[in-house]
Design a protein around this ligand. Structure first.
Ligand SMILES: [Zn+2]
Length: 216
């Protein structure tokens, strides 16, 4: 499917999407990591309240969709890759991983009117993180060097897990997606475990109920 508004910078420069060593010169980057960010490694600032704030912002956006189409079987959350052109492969894989793991929420790409956006750039202080602007929109920032150091698909799937409402748990094993950078750079698991899947399904079942307002 073609998205006319997608930046064609990557294709024009002939950069390889598969390798995350390719760094486009025109990456749009948030100016700095806000206080409400959930990071991939414990080095970054993090709190459960921040995770909740981000989830609340995404749900607020989803609630508008539910109001427009209250009979849909599951909630679809739309993401934009327009500002993360060198990560489209990893983002697509992360979406596929989540869509094959949970039933009550679906991720789909739509570069116009998306619920949340992926960004890419250099932020050695904060690394990769998920955040919100507090106005119903969220974004995920993917740090170049961290995505080279760690398995990139795991980084993207982990940050996407924040959008679906999961908090960080750095002390967990590699088999746990939300342990993030905790198990070290050799960890290549990009799938949520059964507990994480159940939690997301539960969150979005509850979220679905609260998002749908009864008819007046
Ligand atoms: Zn995290």
């Amino acid at each position: 499917m073609r998205h006319p508004r997608t930046f064609a910078v990557t294709a024009a420069l002939g950069l390889a999407l598969a390798g995350f060593g390719a760094i486009p010169a025109t990456a749009a980057t948030p100016s700095s990591a806000p206080a409400s960010a959930a990071h991939y490694t414990a080095a970054g600032k993090h709190s459960a309240a921040n995770d909740q704030a981000f989830y609340d912002a995404v749900m607020k956006s989803v609630a508008k969709k539910r109001a427009a189409n209250p009979l849909a079987a599951s909630v679809t959350v739309y993401y934009s890759t327009a500002n993360a052109p060198s990560f489209t492969s990893q983002i697509s894989q992360a979406a596929q991983i989540w869509n094959s793991s949970v039933q009550n929420v679906r991720l789909a790409q739509s570069n116009s009117g998306a619920d949340f956006q992926y960004y890419e750039g250099d932020d050695p202080q904060n690394g990769s993180y998920a955040s919100t602007d507090g106005h119903g929109n969220g974004y995920i920032f993917l740090d170049y060097s961290q995505n080279q150091q760690y398995y990139s698909v795991r980084v993207v799937a982990h940050e996407t897990g924040h959008v679906l409402g999961l908090p960080d748990h750095y002390s967990g094993p590699c088999s746990e997606l939300m342990s993030g950078g905790g198990p070290g750079t050799s960890c290549r698991n990009a799938y949520p475990n059964s507990t994480e899947k159940s939690r997301v399904n539960s969150l979005w079942r509850n979220g679905l109920a609260s998002a749908v307002k009864p008819a007046a």
